[in-house]
Write a protein that binds this ligand. Structure first.
Ligand code: PMP
Length: 330
């Protein structure tokens, strides 16, 4: 019989998919690492598993313990699945810009969720960083993975994502492009790829316009899960060779094209990363292989990016192009 013992065994080993349509006019091969094939639907399953298993080994997380974490959703899903399988309780803190869809998913897996305002400084007592610190202090048996500073976050990518990409491309990858949130993905994957290629692989970060990584002050932008208003410890800036800043509009329009043209229903940070990857690929030749990592699925953004009215409200659609036909219109 062929079966897996637990969802935990299905983390990682995601497929690489060639982009054929949005790459029109580009000579390089552009491959997408499609992370929504992870059991929790995002790249964050990788770090959840690594962080929890390391905490078990170190004794920081003990039987009956409570996992407390500020998370924009995907890390929460990964942690919730691994925690549920291993018998831990989860208590998550989310900023209020995160879609209700994502919060409901966390609750479906049995996690408890506290929602905090986005429009306050990180130092404010109600900021999602401070609320989670308070919950850690007040909850017996609490352990905070802290994906922003936990070395097991980049380490999970150094041990899984990086080696997978090297094997899948048979060592032919020349460029790696990813968004930067905590910085774990780009730092761990990038470091592995640089080491194994003797520095030949170029590592490019894609960043929302306004975020600190591309020289901004942290001005609010709408792409979720990427960009920051501070520099997390999980991000190793020596690994990144170049950062490309991408607007919300370009990110979301590309996200919609990926669904329409490539059959990839993915999140807004994926569209952003692809815009960055295409910018890099445009100057390259036929022997170059650009891999862009797509962190999550589009299912959590149906009422935003894939909703014409929402897109129109922000001026993100060309010519007001609502495409919902009413009965009688057709
Ligand atoms: N995209 C989405 C949707 C995410 O949730 C995250 C994680 N915050 C990222 C991209 C960025 O990944 P990382 O934290 O590894 O930099």
């Amino acid at each position: 019989m062929q079966y897996h013992e637990s969802m935990i065994e299905l983390v990682g080993n995601t497929p690489l998919l060639k982009l054929n349509s949005v790459t029109d006019g580009i000579q390089a091969t552009v491959l997408a690492k499609v992370e929504y094939f992870n059991p929790g639907g995002s790249v964050k399953d990788r770090i959840a598993l690594r962080m929890i298993e390391s905490a078990e080994e170190s004794g920081a997380l003990r039987p009956g313990g409570v996992i407390v974490e500020p998370t924009s959703g995907n890390t929460g899903v990964g942690l919730a699945i691994v925690a549920q399988q291993k018998g831990y309780r989860c208590l998550f803190v989310c900023p209020d810009k995160v879609s209700m869809d994502k919060i409901n998913v966390l609750r479906a897996y049995g996690a408890e969720v506290v929602v905090c305002p986005t429009a306050v400084d990180p130092e404010h007592p109600d900021s999602y960083y401070n609320v989670s610190d308070r919950l850690v202090r007040e909850t017996p048996g609490a352990w905070k993975p802290d994906q922003y500073s936990n070395p097991d976050n980049p380490r999970s990518h150094y041990e899984s994502t990086g080696p997978e990409l090297w094997q899948q491309t048979e060592g032919r990858i020349t460029h790696f492009v990813a968004g930067i949130g905590t910085g774990g993905t780009i730092s761990g994957t990038g470091r592995y790829l640089k080491e194994i290629s003797d520095g030949a692989v170029r590592v490019v970060g894609a960043d929302p316009e306004g975020s600190v990584y591309s020289g901004g002050s942290g001005r609010p932008y709408l792409v979720e899960g990427v960009g920051e208003d501070f520099w997390p410890d999980a991000y190793d800036r020596t690994v990144t060779d170049e950062i490309v800043a991408v607007s919300d509009k370009d990110s979301f329009q590309m996200t919609r094209r990926l669904a329409k043209e490539e059959g990839l229903l993915v999140g807004g940070s994926c569209g952003m990363a692809v815009v960055g990857a295409l910018e890099v690929a445009r100057g390259l030749g036929p022997d170059d292989v650009v891999v862009v990592l797509l962190p999550d699925s589009g299912r959590g953004y149906l009422s935003k990016i894939f909703n014409d009215e929402w897109m129109n409200d922000y001026g993100f659609l060309e010519e007001g192009g609502a495409s919902v036909a009413r009965v009688g219109d057709v």
